[in-house]
Design a protein around this ligand. Structure first.
Ligand code: ADP
Ligand code: MG
Length: 334
């Protein structure tokens, strides 16, 4: 059973960034306004994320890392929404199978924080001979998840990571996406022991300021705001798109559907086509797009490694978004 779990976990989490993405979403789901991330060796040695969210109740700690443990499906109807949020209650379980996992957490009504160590889905003693029970410790409200030695028990996978720098770039990419999207949440992401590296945004920054912080002024100064929606198609879209004065070698598309960072080749292609008539040959746009679609209409292939989405009325929705973008670009052009 342990081996099967280990293999399954290794398919869900192929690289450190996949674990981190799940941890970011958990922290945001917990209502946090501050997320601090520390990374060592591209996340292979250490991934630590500290949030100030609602924390985890002591009585939930023993089962937290069992498969399918989730506090996020409250009713039968929620099961219909499962597509939006993808696989449920598997992230912490998976991580506990392929890394050393320590969780420290405090809720507002607890007088102290509790710390617990997990392995293969279960509480384990921090050191041989110690108790496996969550241990009371000092701490502030929120949750700190510490993931150490990722893939320690699958050495071949571990060896496949040649460059921690490359893994760190993927991490900064994902943190940057959520930092742009999550308004009211301050993000920081640093390499261990290097206070100046990485990403730092504040909770009060506007979306343009967040884009400026992460992608620079050259794009932030050339943004157009847009929104579009359709009751009949069951969606709302808002976003920021670069105008015809801005172009880069590769399209940057920060796409969120129902607040999850996802990919959609239909949307990407549609957008690239509109821009092709406005940008010089070989030039590509910057696009931040947040879509809210009625959950039952979305089908996410929610493998954290590849979040390609399909949704009902895809062609019509893409057409509507593309049309709005086209209008925006044309309006500036004349
Ligand atoms: P899921 O997010 O699908 O519910 P996870 O394995 O990612 O499953 O997390 C399991 C549960 O642990 C969550 O449902 C939530 O109750 C709790 N949890 C995880 N991370 C946090 C956090 N940062 N703050 C508060 N609760 C958390
Ligand atoms: Mg989760």
């Amino acid at each position: 059973q342990v081996v099967i779990n280990k293999i399954a976990a290794g398919e869900i989490i192929v690289a450190p960034v996949h674990a981190l993405k799940e941890l970011i979403e958990n922290a945001v789901d917990a209502g946090s306004t501050s997320l601090e991330i520390v990374v060592k060796d591209g996340g292979l040695k250490l991934l630590q994320i500290t949030d100030n969210g609602h924390g985890i109740n002591l009585e939930d700690m023993p089962i937290l890392c069992e498969r399918f443990t989730t506090s996020k499906l409250k009713s039968f109807e929620d099961l219909n929404a499962i597509g939006t949020y993808g696989f449920r209650g598997e992230a912490l379980a998976s991580i506990s199978h392929i890394a050393h996992l320590t969780i420290t957490t405090k809720t507002s009504d607890s007088s102290c924080a509790y710390r617990a160590v997990y392995s293969d889905g279960k509480l384990v003693p921090p050191k041989p001979g110690q108790s496996a029970d969550p241990k009371p410790v000092a701490g502030r409200q929120g949750t700190q998840i510490t993931v150490e030695d990722l893939f320690y028990n699958t050495p071949s996978r571990r060896r496949a990571f040649r460059s921690p720098g490359e893994e760190y770039s993927k991490i900064l990419d994902v943190v940057g996406r959520y930092a742009v999207h999550c308004s009211g949440v301050a993000f920081s992401c640093k390499k261990f022991g290097d206070a100046d590296s990485g990403i730092c945004t504040t909770a009060t920054a506007s979306v343009i300021d967040r884009i400026r912080r992460i992608h620079g002024s050259s794009v932030a100064n050339e943004l157009l705001e847009f929104t579009t929606s359709s009751k009949h198609l069951g969606f709302e879209a808002t976003g920021m798109i670069s105008n015809a004065n801005y172009h880069v070698k590769k399209t940057t598309l920060l796409l969120f559907i129902n607040h999850r960072s996802v990919e959609s080749s239909a949307i990407k292609k549609g957008l690239e086509n509109v821009y092709a008539t406005y940008l010089p040959k070989g030039g590509h746009p910057f696009i931040y797009l947040s879509l809210e679609i009625e959950p039952h209409r979305v089908d996410v292939n929610i493998h954290p490694t590849k979040r390609e989405v399909n949704f009902l009325h895809e062609d019509e929705i893409v057409a509507k978004i593309v049309e709005t973008v086209e209008e925006k670009l044309a309006a500036v052009d004349t």
